[in-house]
Design a protein around this ligand. Structure first.
Ligand code: BGC
Length: 370
């Protein structure tokens, strides 16, 4: 089969011939890949700063944001049949019996560090024609969402974050039980990439007044998209943080989706009383930068603030993402479609992975729906 992979030992990225996978357990499902999203993590793996091939392979097949169609099921598969559309999750549990999270299907909180991730860490990914997966790591997708299903995985970042925000803010008893928990509250999203835009949509649906603070000057297409869903785009290049703070007022939540520390730590200074700051971006290794640590610490204490870092996602986050994509599609059909900025054949992998980052979510089309 054709596959896109990296050879870290040789520092090469290329199109390679990968053996077709076989089902080897009764709960295995064989899937034909339809689309795979390209994200910052894939691009970073292509700089050989991140990512590890399986132990017995000199290469790693890339791709962890996928949608595919079931072609074969094992005898123990109960909830899927050939023709169903599925989105796989990314992380697989470690093998240690004392890892309570992994044993409870919460490998997103694995504490041994020996988890694997498809297309990222020690397990091949989905940028190839067929893949095999255990049924429990697959999420069924309603057919009417097939054109946006490749956005499920990136949306799970916001969904897992939101689930934790509600848990953390459960410390404020008067917030409990509100049907639209963000109502009357203000959120700032940092970054207008796919994670930021999908996060902004999720925050709006949950009732937050939402600002997206991102580098690029206006006008630009991402700003137009953000403004079209009822959020307010503000350019960090045009409006410094201090001035931005005056427009926004009390900031209840910051959802960081930038992956760089400088603007992020500046915005931490404007987090309001009882506020939550969620980090989702993974910065590259860089030289240290100065931060106003004493002032930040003082605010964190005197303002009851919480900072949460979040990575990966559990099954409920996938279920929420699938549900919310349906909501977004009804509410903003044009905007959600335009989050996918381009669909490309597999041969375009080089430009998408190694060229200048362009658009919002670029997708590689590998197969077609039956
Ligand atoms: C993926 C996550 C993964 C993380 C760290 C992200 O790009 O979406 O599933 O856990 O990278 O490897």
């Amino acid at each position: 089969m054709k596959a896109v992979g990296v050879f870290p030992g040789r520092k090469e990225v290329g199109l390679l011939a990968h053996a077709a996978p076989e089902r080897t357990a009764p709960d295995h499902v064989k899937i034909r890949t339809i689309e795979v999203g390209v994200c910052g993590t894939d691009r970073e793996i292509c700089t050989f700063d991140y990512g590890t091939p399986p132990e017995d392979s000199e290469y790693l097949v890339l791709g962890h944001e996928a949608v595919g169609e079931v072609v074969e099921i094992g005898p123990a598969v109960k909830g899927l049949k050939p023709g169903d559309l599925v989105v796989p999750s990314v992380r697989r549990p470690c093998i240690h019996s004392n890892c309570t999270p992994c044993r409870a299907d919460r490998q997103d909180f694995c504490f041994t560090g020996d988890f694997t991730e498809r297309g990222i860490k020690m397990t091949h990914g989905f940028m190839t024609e067929l893949f095999v997966e255990e049924e429990r790591h697959l999420n069924i997708i309603p057919k009417e969402l097939k054109d946006v299903a490749v956005l499920v995985e990136p949306l799970t970042v916001a969904e897992k974050a939101l689930a934790q925000i509600w848990q953390v803010q459960g410390r404020l008893p008067w917030m409990n039980g509100s049907p639209e928990p963000g109502h009357g509250r203000t959120a700032v999203v940092l970054g207008a990439g796919p994670i930021g835009i999908l996060g902004a949509m999720a925050l709006i649906v949950n009732g937050f007044k939402t600002y997206v603070y991102s580098r690029s000057a206006e006008p630009n297409p991402k700003a137009d998209l953000v403004n079209s869903i009822g959020a307010k785009y503000v350019s960090a290049q045009q409006v410094p943080v201090k001035e931005f703070a005056k427009t926004v007022g009390h900031v209840d939540l910051v959802y960081e989706a930038l992956g760089v520390a400088d603007i992020t730590f500046d915005v931490l200074k404007i987090l309001g009383l009882n506020g939550v700051f969620v980090f989702t971006g993974i910065p590259r290794h860089k030289p240290a930068i100065p931060v106003e640590a004493d002032n930040l610490m003082r605010d964190m204490v005197l303002k009851n603030q919480i900072i949460v870092g979040t990575v990966n996602a559990d099954r409920p986050a996938f279920e929420s993402a699938i549900r919310d994509l349906g909501v977004f599609k009804k509410r903003w059909p044009k905007a959600i479609a335009s989050v996918i900025s381009g669909r490309f054949p597999i041969d375009a992998y080089r430009e998408l992975l190694l060229g200048k980052a362009t658009g919002i979510k670029n997708v590689i089309t590998i197969g077609s729906y039956s």
